[in-house]
Design a protein around this ligand. Structure first.
Ligand SMILES: O=P(O)(O)OC[C@@]1(O)O[C@H](CO)[C@@H](O)[C@@H]1O
Length: 401
């Protein structure tokens, strides 16, 4: 590659575009959902109303002077964007700031009775307790008798397609007339992958190699996190890695993103399930107890910035890993810079900044895409109205070794 590649950064200022619909429709729906989830008091309700006004019609405002993370947000661009419309600044920036302000409105950060109460917890728990989760866990019984390579492939695909079960995504799918809810296991049969580097994925983690540490940067809780943990259990049990680190969000984010509490809920759910699922749960519990599986978080996971701007401590951690797996659409956007790349732009070029081997497991839920073969792109473009980019019906496994 001769020069650093570039492409326009996504913004939400074009009515009719997907980013615009997220700010104009999805964010108000998230505020409504949160208002209904808890008997918040008048002050919190007023703060939610003010946020609704600000994020749809107003401008980005500074954080309160005593906010402990004010300096951090200033370093992340807040000073530069204060006073600008939410729709004019980079889309990734305004989305991340929206979740920061939403949690502030419900008293998540301030000392008091609501501190640390996840406003999305009711919907996360409902998903974990759903019949769909029961079905997915029951399917593990049949997998027990499969040879290890088939089991490994099935678990990799389970983790990949688990990314379809995204509560924030479902919120806007429901609000789009005529579009079916793309919940995992219930919608149309999964079409193929638009890119499949599974062979490279497995080559980095040979069986019994104890290849070092796997980092998995988690995305959604519930029906995505459960298969992520199942995959990790398999990799540990078959000696493909020595240890694993699951990186979660430091606070609730993008409706259903996983926090430490969600990992605990998922492991408990597995351990308490009938059949083979319980064995996975017990092994994961043991691995967490003896340090082979570690949960970690970092403020940067809720930063409104691409991974190219990650801080040195995180960079060192990923540099030392045998492989870092980035789950989901948002992590993909952050990995490749949240830009409207020509779809055939090589994945290796746009991820050259990443400090070690990296794999993206993602269903497609935004316009950002790289690394496609020209023939695949042509077939996708010929298939309809371009919704393949955002509808969650397509997926990819991309690896840069
Ligand atoms: O990261 P995830 O959970 O796979 O998806 C996040 C997401 O639902 O949120 C964004 C819009 O708000 C899109 O990038 C994407 O559709």
């Amino acid at each position: 590659m001769s020069a650093t590649p570039s492409a326009p950064v996504l913004r939400a200022d074009e009515p009719g575009s997907f980013p615009h619909s997220v700010l104009a429709e999805r964010h108000p729906a998230v505020i409504r959902q949160v208002r209904e989830a808890f008997p918040y008091g008048p002050a919190q309700r007023r703060a939610l109303d003010a946020l609704l006004d600000s994020c749809t019609k107003g401008v980005i405002e500074d954080l309160p002077a005593d906010a402990p993370d004010r300096d951090r947000w200033h370093a992340w661009g807040l000073e530069q964007y204060t006073g600008r419309s939410w729709f004019e600044v980079p889309w990734l920036w305004s989305e991340s700031y929206f979740y920061r302000r939403l949690l502030e409105a419900v008293g998540y950060f301030a000392p008091g009775p609501w501190q640390g109460i996840d406003p999305f917890r009711p919907s996360k728990l409902a998903e974990l307790d759903s019949p769909e989760t029961d079905e997915e866990l029951a399917a593990l019984d049949a997998l027990e008798n499969e040879p290890a390579p088939e089991r490994a492939a099935a678990l990799l695909h389970g983790s990949l397609w688990g990314n379809r079960a995204d509560l924030g995504f479902r919120l806007s799918a429901q609000s789009t007339p005529g579009q079916s809810t793309p919940a995992q296991g219930t919608a149309r049969p999964a079409p193929g992958l638009v890119a499949d580097d599974s062979a490279a994925f497995w080559s980095l983690l040979p069986p019994s190699s104890r290849a070092g540490t796997l980092c998995l940067v988690a995305d959604n809780a519930g029906r995505e996190l459960v298969p992520d943990l199942l995959l990790i259990d398999h990799l540990l049990a078959h000696g493909r890695v020595e240890r694993a680190v699951v990186h979660v969000k430091p606070y609730p984010y993008y409706v259903s993103d996983a926090t430490t509490a969600d990992v605990v809920d998922a492991v408990r759910r597995l351990a308490g399930a009938p059949g083979a699922a319980a064995g996975h749960g017990r092994r994961l519990w043991a691995a967490m107890s003896d340090g082979r599986l570690e949960i970690r978080t970092h403020p940067f996971f809720c930063a409104p910035l691409p991974y190219a701007a990650m801080p040195d401590d995180l960079r060192e951690e990923f540099a030392a890993a045998a492989l870092t797996v980035l789950k989901g659409d948002l992590n993909y956007r952050r990995l490749v810079g949240d830009r409207l790349w020509p779809p055939t732009t090589p994945f290796a070029d746009v991820t050259a900044h990443f400090p070690g081997p990296v794999a993206a497991l993602r269903t497609l839920k935004s316009d950002v895409i790289t690394g496609l073969d020209a023939t695949v792109q042509a077939a996708l473009d010929a298939s309809g109205d371009g919704r393949w980019r955002i509808s969650g019906t397509h997926a990819l496994i991309q690896v840069r070794t």
